[in-house]
Design a protein around this ligand. Structure first.
Ligand SMILES: [Zn+2]
Length: 320
């Protein structure tokens, strides 16, 4: 076993990975892009000598009470009531629930909150949470876009309530705009929400003019653009906003569907762009938040593109 001190000595970061078998039991209908095989592809990709030093942990059971950090009780009960005893229930046009979806969603929240605990307690510099269902489309009172609850938003508020973080930044590079995260923090200047996303594309929000309380930075990308435009959005919009905000914690809504192989969008990033963006955010975490960085899987629907991207992302988290 490699101890943290030894790893620090050789210059690496202590990177933790949370996952859990329950995440495979959130079942979606046949042909649905958000499927259990996504996590199997990630697991296979990280089952490699290069990731031997990754500190692997099983996600703890989530605390349902923390869902209320981002969603009202009445909505939580509405979602609970939609979970079917058998089969698959339709939540909206493209969002579904199976019998274990509640447990999967709550465990995803448990993993994200545990990741926040880890970076504040010094158990790890950074953490990647490979969970599903994803979360960034879930608004205060609406499950949508494959998402039941907004895991990233709950984790941000968890950091504020449990670890006295004053300012939390959420950087969302999923190719879809995180309308849910924007909705939840629209009038909350203690959380900075920065997003790169294809526009036009689902869900239709994310214009530059949507700025909330001055805490929302949207950097829409035109279809068929790629690395250069994405990196420019980071360099000219997102990184300066982070420096200005000086967060106590950076959370990444890490969707990998801006990869050129992804079937749901038309942005042409490669895994090298995710490596680069990860490095940039680590630099800001080093500057402002004592390296504290928590990365939560959102989208990414081409299994090979997803696997390559996660390898680049987690590899960079470990290398520093
Ligand atoms: Zn997406």
């Amino acid at each position: 076993m490699v101890k943290a001190a030894a790893r620090a000595y050789i210059g690496g970061m202590v990177t933790r990975l949370y996952t859990h078998p329950i995440f495979l039991e959130h079942i979606t209908p046949p042909g649905h892009p958000e499927r259990p095989d996504r996590l199997r592809a990630i697991e296979r990709a990280l089952d490699d000598e290069a990731f031997a030093a990754l500190d692997r942990a099983e996600a703890p059971e989530g605390d349902e009470a923390t869902i209320l950090y981002a969603h009202p009780q009445e909505f939580v009960e509405r979602v609970r009531a939609m979970i079917p005893a058998t089969g698959i229930a339709r939540v909206d046009a493209d969002t579904t629930a199976s019998p274990k979806s509640w447990q999967a969603a709550v465990t995803a929240i448990g993993a994200a909150n545990a990741a926040v605990d880890d970076v504040f307690r010094g158990n790890a510099e950074n953490v990647f949470v490979a969970a599903r269902p994803p979360g960034h489309h879930a608004e205060k009172t609406t499950s949508m876009g494959f998402c039941l609850f907004n895991t990233a938003a709950i984790a941000a508020r968890y950091a504020q309530r449990q670890h006295q973080a004053e300012r939390v930044a959420i950087v969302d590079w999923d190719v879809h705009h995180g309308n849910g995260t924007q909705d939840i923090f629209w009038d909350d200047p203690s959380v900075l929400y920065c997003s790169t996303h294809q526009m036009p594309l689902y869900p239709g929000t994310g214009a530059v003019s949507e700025t909330g309380a001055g805490n929302i930075v949207n950097a829409p990308l035109a279809p068929q653009t790629g690395s250069e435009v994405f990196r420019d959005a980071f360099l000219s919009r997102i990184l300066p906003a982070l420096d200005n905000f000086a967060p106590d914690l950076i959370i990444i809504s890490a969707g990998f569907d801006a990869h050129h192989r992804d079937p749901l969008a038309e942005i042409n990033l490669t895994e090298n762009d995710f490596d680069w963006a990860t490095g940039q955010l680590m630099q800001r975490a080093g500057r402002h938040s004592d390296n504290r960085l928590v990365s939560l899987l959102e989208g990414g629907y081409d299994l090979q593109g997803l696997a390559f991207s996660v390898v680049a992302h987690v590899g960079r988290l470990m290398k520093g």
